[in-house]
Design a protein around this ligand. Structure first.
Ligand SMILES: Cc1ncc(COP(=O)(O)O)c(C=O)c1O
Length: 369
């Protein structure tokens, strides 16, 4: 064993000394990648998006919700290059969670119809955003948020209704009154929205359909009270069970994560966190890669690895037990499936879009608030 290790060391040093540049498929220490299907040569940790898997998700969604039946939520991917591909596919209206996302979409020429599906009291930032050349609708759920929107020069609002998730949204019975308050403040009430986030992960389809239907009955009544037939709701977990909303606000479906992958759905994993193995412990049967919890959202747990078990993540490390230790060496690259893409992507400045073997940089340009 000692001898093997010494020979391996000498071989690597020889490779390093005699390799002037790095050919495709080799890592910086000269080990030829044979096991992980596809990897890049970008600095790790980095996000990589597979063009084919992404296209399959876009197609699967458009078959159920074509064009404006879907209002993709940009908070999931925070990237105007990705949004541009959705717009080219007919989804030209978008949902945003922050005013920065709204501004970034307008600056990217994607501001035809943006919904801020979130409450804000930031009059100054709202004023800046509505001065840009785009159509912006803001969610409101109280006299205070209505007053802020009016003070900022917003022209169109949606009444946000609580449909069961204890988050924003007025009680369903108050939607009509709030719409009157908004109109009295000079605002146009475009419709209602309600996010049934508490039902996204219901696994049983029959149960989910019933619960979504009950939740959306509240929103439909609120819409009637407001006097509108514009109903915005839904997400990746309810995209095909919510039949009441006139548009669905799904975003995660485009790239997916292991959390949503537990649901039965047509969507496939299209994004990975690529990392480099920086240490191998053959005796104890684990490898360590250079991607820890500072490079991924951990609220839904550890990432998954197709070639073994993820033991744990620390700040800059992930420790994993490969199914077959003999496949892995220091310098190999691995691809991890994030458990929750929204916070994972928000930690990165870019993603690499991999199409026909070439990597194109997609800035994560809608980050921050
Ligand atoms: C207001 C709102 N709409 C829709 C969604 C659905 O997004 P996704 O498709 O990523 O689940 C979310 C997710 O949190 C949300 O907050």
């Amino acid at each position: 064993m000692g001898c093997d290790f010494r020979a391996r060391c000498l071989a690597h040093v020889a490779v390093l000394l005699h390799t002037p540049c790095r050919p495709v498929g080799e890592t910086t220490v000269g080990h030829v990648i044979a096991f992980e299907d596809q990897t890049t040569q970008e600095k790790t940790p980095c996000l990589v998006v597979d063009a084919e898997a992404f296209a399959a998700n876009v197609k699967a969604m458009a078959q159920v919700l074509p064009g404006l039946r879907l209002r993709p939520h940009v908070k999931a991917f925070k990237c105007t290059e990705l949004a541009r591909k959705l717009a080219a596919n007919g989804h030209t209206a978008f949902t945003c969670a922050t005013l920065s996302e709204v501004a970034g979409m307008i600056h990217a020429g994607l501001g035809a119809d943006l919904l801020l599906a979130n409450e804000t009291l930031n009059v100054e930032q709202m004023r800046d955003v509505v001065a840009l050349p785009g159509r912006v609708t803001i969610a409101v759920d109280s006299p205070e948020t209505i007053a802020a929107a009016a003070a900022a020069g917003v022209t169109e609002v949606l009444i946000d209704v609580n449909v069961g998730l204890p988050r924003c949204g007025c009680p369903p019975g108050q939607a009509g009154v709030l719409a009157d308050v908004a109109r009295a403040a000079g605002l146009t009430v475009r419709g209602v929205m309600g996010y049934e986030g508490h039902l996204m992960m219901v696994q049983d389809r029959v149960e989910k359909t019933e619960k979504v239907s009950d939740s959306m009955a509240l929103l439909a009544q609120a819409a009637a009270d407001v006097g509108t037939d514009f109903i915005s709701a839904g997400g990746t977990g309810t995209f095909d069970t919510n039949t009441v909303a006139t548009e669905i606000q799904a975003g995660s479906y485009a790239l997916m994560d292991t959390h949503y992958a537990t649901l039965e759905s047509p969507f496939v994993q299209a994004i990975w966190l690529e990392a480099t193995i920086i240490s191998v412990n053959t005796e104890s049967g684990y490898v360590v890669a250079d991607s820890g919890l500072k490079s991924m959202g951990m609220d839904h747990g550890n990432p998954a690895w197709a070639h073994g078990k993820v033991w744990f993540c620390s700040d800059e490390h992930v420790t994993m037990a490969p199914a077959d230790m003999s496949h892995w060496s220091v310098g190999d690259r691995v691809r991890l499936e994030p458990a929750h893409i929204d916070p994972t992507i928000a930690k990165h400045e870019r993603m690499w879009f991999i199409e026909n073997g070439a990597a194109t940089e997609w800035p994560v340009d809608l980050r921050h608030w």
